[in-house]
Design a protein around this ligand. Structure first.
Ligand SMILES: [Zn+2]
Length: 308
C-alpha cells in the first residue's frame, strides 16, 4: 500500500506548482542532515498535522505537541516508539509519499480517503453541502495533492502574519497545508489589496486548467479602511476565504459557521478579536466535499470564478 513509507523523502524535494507533485532535486546537504533522523521525522509529521514546523523546540516537546493534536494526550515511551505511533496514524498521507513515481494522482483513492478520515463528521449538526458549487459530472473543485501550498506575501507585517498563520493552522488540522517557499509555485496565493468592491473584505478567485486548481485570495489591507476593518479581524476574514480556497465554494446560511456570508460584511464592522474555529457544519460540509469526485481531468474554467 505505502511502498515509500519507511524511506526518507529525497532531501532536495520540491513541490512544483498547482498540480503539486513531489519531485526529486539536487541534494547538496544530504550528509549534513540525514532525512531519516528523529528531527526530520518530527518535521514531516508537523508539516502534515500543522502545516508548519517548530524547529526552535526540542524533539520531545514537539512529540508532546503532535500527540496532543493527534491522540488528544501525550504518551510515554521512547522517541522511536512515539514517532512510529504517530507515523502509523498519519501514514499514507501526502507528506510521506513521493508522488514523483505516480502516473496519475488526480483523485487517486488512497490519498483522498486519508484526507476524509482526518475530517470529523457530526451526524447531528447537518451541513450546507447543497450550497457548494457543482461542476460537470456532479464534481466539486477540491484539492487532490497534499499538502496544499499557501503563500503569504513576503511584505506582510509580522502581526498580521500571526493572524494568517492561525487561520492556516486551524484548517490544516483537516486539510494538510504548508507555506510555499519563496521560489516555488503555490496552490493558494494570497495578496493584499487596497481596494475591493464596497463592503467586501476578502475575495477568493478560483481558476481551473485541465482539472488543476489555482486559487488566489485577495485581502483588504487593514490600514486602508481603518474604521471598517480592525487588524484583529484579519484572521477571521482569511479563515473564511481560505475555507473557500480549500473547497468550500459556497456559503452557509447559518450564523455560527465560519462560511456564513454576512460574517464578513463590513456593514456591521468586523471587530471580533477571537477567531472562531470551523464549526461542525463547516467540517461536515468539508468532509462531504472531499468525499465527492474532484473536477474532471480535462475541465478548465472559461473565466475565473469568485467568492467573497
Ligand atoms: Zn465567502
Amino acid at each position: 500500500m505505502i511502498p515509500d513509507f519507511n524511506k526518507p523523502l529525497p532531501s532536495g524535494y520540491s513541490n512544483k506548482g498547482a498540480g503539486g507533485r513531489w519531485t526529486a532535486g539536487p541534494a547538496p546537504q544530504a550528509q549534513m542532515s540525514p532525512s531519516s533522523g528523529p528531527e526530520a521525522r518530527v518535521e514531516r509529521l508537523e508539516k502534515l498535522a500543522f502545516g508548519t514546523v517548530y524547529p526552535e523546540h526540542d524533539v520531545e516537546a514537539r512529540l508532546d505537541h503532535l500527540e496532543k493534536e493527534i491522540f488528544g494526550s501525550t504518551s510515554q515511551g521512547s522517541v522511536e516508539q512515539r514517532l512510529s505511533r504517530l507515523e502509523q496514524k498519519l501514514g499514507g498521507q501526502g507528506a510521506f509519499q513521493s508522488n514523483a513515481g505516480k502516473t496519475d494522482s488526480i483523485g487517486s483513492g488512497a490519498e483522498s480517503a486519508s484526507i476524509v478520515a482526518r475530517i470529523p463528521y457530526d451526524r447531528q449538526a447537518g451541513d450546507y453541502f447543497d450550497k457548494i458549487k457543482r461542476f460537470p459530472g456532479n464534481t466539486v473543485a477540491r484539492w487532490t495533492n497534499f499538502p496544499v501550498k499557501v503563500r503569504i506575501p513576503e511584505e506582510t507585517p509580522s502581526q498580521w502574519k500571526l493572524s494568517l498563520n492561525e487561520a492556516i493552522e486551524n484548517w490544516s488540522r483537516y486539510i494538510p497545508l504548508t507555506l510555499a517557499e519563496r521560489a516555488e509555485a503555490a496552490d493558494v496565493e494570497v495578496s493584499w489589496v487596497n481596494h475591493l468592491n464596497p463592503r467586501l473584505l476578502g475575495v477568493t478567485r478560483l481558476t481551473a486548467f485541465n482539472g488543476n486548481l489555482k486559487v488566489r485570495i485577495y485581502l483588504l489591507r487593514p490600514t486602508y479602511y481603518v474604521e471598517q476593518l480592525s487588524e484583529n479581524a484579519l484572521g477571521g476574514i482569511f479563515q473564511h476565504e481560505l475555507g473557500h480556497g480549500l473547497g468550500l465554494f459556497g456559503h452557509s446560511d447559518q450564523n455560527g459557521d465560519i462560511m456564513y456570508l454576512t460574517e464578513l460584511s463590513a456593514e456591521g464592522k468586523v471587530t471580533s478579536k477571537n477567531m472562531k474555529r470551523p464549526s461542525e457544519r463547516d467540517l461536515n460540509t468539508l468532509r462531504r466535499v472531499y468525499e465527492t469526485s474532484p473536477l474532471p481531468r480535462g475541465f478548465s474554467t472559461i473565466k475565473p470564478m469568485e467568492w467573497s
